[in-house]
Design a protein around this ligand. Structure first.
Ligand SMILES: C[S@@+](CC[C@H](N)C(=O)[O-])C[C@H]1O[C@@H](n2cnc3c(N)ncnc32)[C@H](O)[C@@H]1O
Ligand code: SF4
Length: 441
């Protein structure tokens, strides 16, 4: 059998990370009326994503939609977010409850606590928290102190996704993100003293100066701090979309083989320390609910990545936020001024999206099954509809990445690292050679 390193080289291509299907680049213009119509069919438990676009400095690798502001206009943002939320809630077909809330960005923790309290109260005023509410927030340790994180717990947040990336000071200096490991340790300590919230770390490989020695030390430190979850992202280098990333080319980026070794090292260390692999880029301690979800087949995937929450209608608010409710994907204006202007004009601030057809839903299910459970099953009619895509799996089958049967496709253990290559064959909207997406390894 061909070894993994050779296969990583052979299958290195550009492909989406499939937090949705179709993916956002395939979306077409939609109108505010489309969103209102789709929301009219929605009620009950909801997932809500709030995009906070501000950061106080730019990490040069960053691929997120953000706006650098020394003093973010927090009150104006919260005012607009609540206008949007009320407008969406008015359009719902019946009463809603918030079962899952995620604040992402940018950096939500650039907002003062008082602004977050007001946002929370405004959200819950229109749709109360459902029992078992999962309320998560992306937290940049550089923007908070111990009192602030205790305040977040008091507001009601119970899941904290902490931006770590790497602990090596030279790597962090090279990407313009100076963040002493002791700071992250202090914040984790404060969170743990506040009770037992869920803690997740974001790590990234493929950054300048990263090598196995440095990244090995980072991984040892991560394991020592024992977050319940780790997200391990391959650095997505797309300088045509994010010009600041060009600054990293001057320092030098690890080549494809070096990236593959960093990924293998991380998998080896984390699994060696007892973490369970979750899908293509997450790891969870066996005691974490995400590891249970892997065991019970309850894992889901949405725009925020892997989640243990069942597939709920998702309402996205804030610039560039994407919702998925009923059969509609609806994405807001990317630019904050355009988003705010649409709100001022009395509209839902959506601009692009996609009405899901039956064919899209079948392909979306196959892709989500493979990314979440490593396997998908289908009936004879569905197989016939997917035949052309399934034929494209032959080389991957020969290479031991996937097993194709009459009513089932399964990733092999080796295939886990090639999941994006496998699911991409089911993407009817993927343009060959598109440089919109990052490399698979
Ligand atoms: C919105 S940020 C997290 C919150 C906060 N802004 C921070 O950085 O701490 C989300 C995560 O996306 C990941 N990320 C950002 N740019 C990326 C890129 N170009 N490639 C891969 N992952 C990236 C980082 O791991 C980052 O922690
Ligand atoms: S990684 Fe986080 S803090 Fe850094 S620029 Fe991106 S969103 Fe902002």
């Amino acid at each position: 059998m061909t070894d993994r390193a050779t296969l990583l080289r052979r299958y290195r291509t550009r492909a989406p990370r499939y937090t949705s299907y179709p993916t956002a680049p395939a979306f077409v213009p939609i109108a505010s009326g489309d969103a209102a119509r789709a929301l009219g069919a929605v009620s009950g438990d909801l997932s809500v994503y709030v995009h906070v676009p501000f950061c106080t400095s730019l990490c040069w690798y960053c691929g997120c939609n953000n706006e650098i502001r020394r003093r973010p206009p927090a009150d104006a943002l919260v005012d607009d977010l609540l206008v949007e939320w009320h407008r969406a809630a008015d359009a719902l077909g019946g009463p809603g409850r918030v079962r899952q809330l995620h604040l992402g960005g940018g950096t939500p923790t650039t907002l003062p606590l008082a602004a977050l309290e007001r946002l929370w109260a405004g959200l819950m005023a229109r749709a109360p928290a459902a029992p078992g509410l999962e309320a998560s927030i992306e937290l940049d340790p550089r923007s908070v102190d111990e009192d602030y994180v205790l305040g977040l717990v008091a507001v009601g947040f119970n899941r904290f996704s902490i931006g770590v990336q790497d602990f090596d000071p030279d790597v962090m200096a090279a990407v313009n993100r100076v963040q002493a490991p002791e700071l992250t340790e202090r914040i984790v300590g404060a969170l743990r003293r506040s009770g037992d919230p869920s803690i997740s770390f974001d790590l990234m490989y493929g950054l300048p100066l990263q090598d196995e020695v440095r990244f090995g030390r980072t991984l040892d430190r991560v394991v020592g701090m024992a977050p319940g979850r780790v997200a391990l992202f391959p650095y997505a280098h797309l300088p045509s979309l994010k010009p600041a990333q060009k600054l990293l080319e001057a320092v030098g980026l690890p080549d494809a083989d070096a990236r593959a070794r960093l990924m293998e090292l991380a998998i080896e260390r984390l699994v060696g320390a007892g973490y369970v692999r979750v899908g293509m880029d997450h790891f969870a301690l066996p005691s974490d609910p995400m590891a249970d979800a892997v065991r019970s087949g309850a894992l889901h995937r949405n725009f925020q990545g892997y989640t243990t929450c069942p597939g709920l209608d998702l309402i996205g608010i804030g610039p560039s936020a994407i919702g998925c409710y009923g059969r509609l994907y609806a994405q807001n204006h990317h630019d904050r001024a355009a988003w705010s202007a649409a709100l001022a004009a009395g509209r839902l601030p959506v601009t692009r999206g996609w009405w899901l057809r039956d064919e899209d839903r079948l392909r979306a299910r196959v892709i989500a099954d493979l990314l979440c459970h490593g396997e998908t099953r289908f009936g004879a009619l569905e197989r016939a509809r997917l035949a052309a895509s399934i034929d494209r799996l032959t080389p991957l089958e020969v290479d031991g990445i996937v097993i194709v049967e009459e009513d089932r496709i399964q990733l092999t253990p080796l295939g886990q690292d090639f999941a994006r290559n496998v699911v991409a064959v089911f993407d009817a909207w993927l343009q060959p050679g598109s440089d919109t997406f990052s490399t698979t390894s």
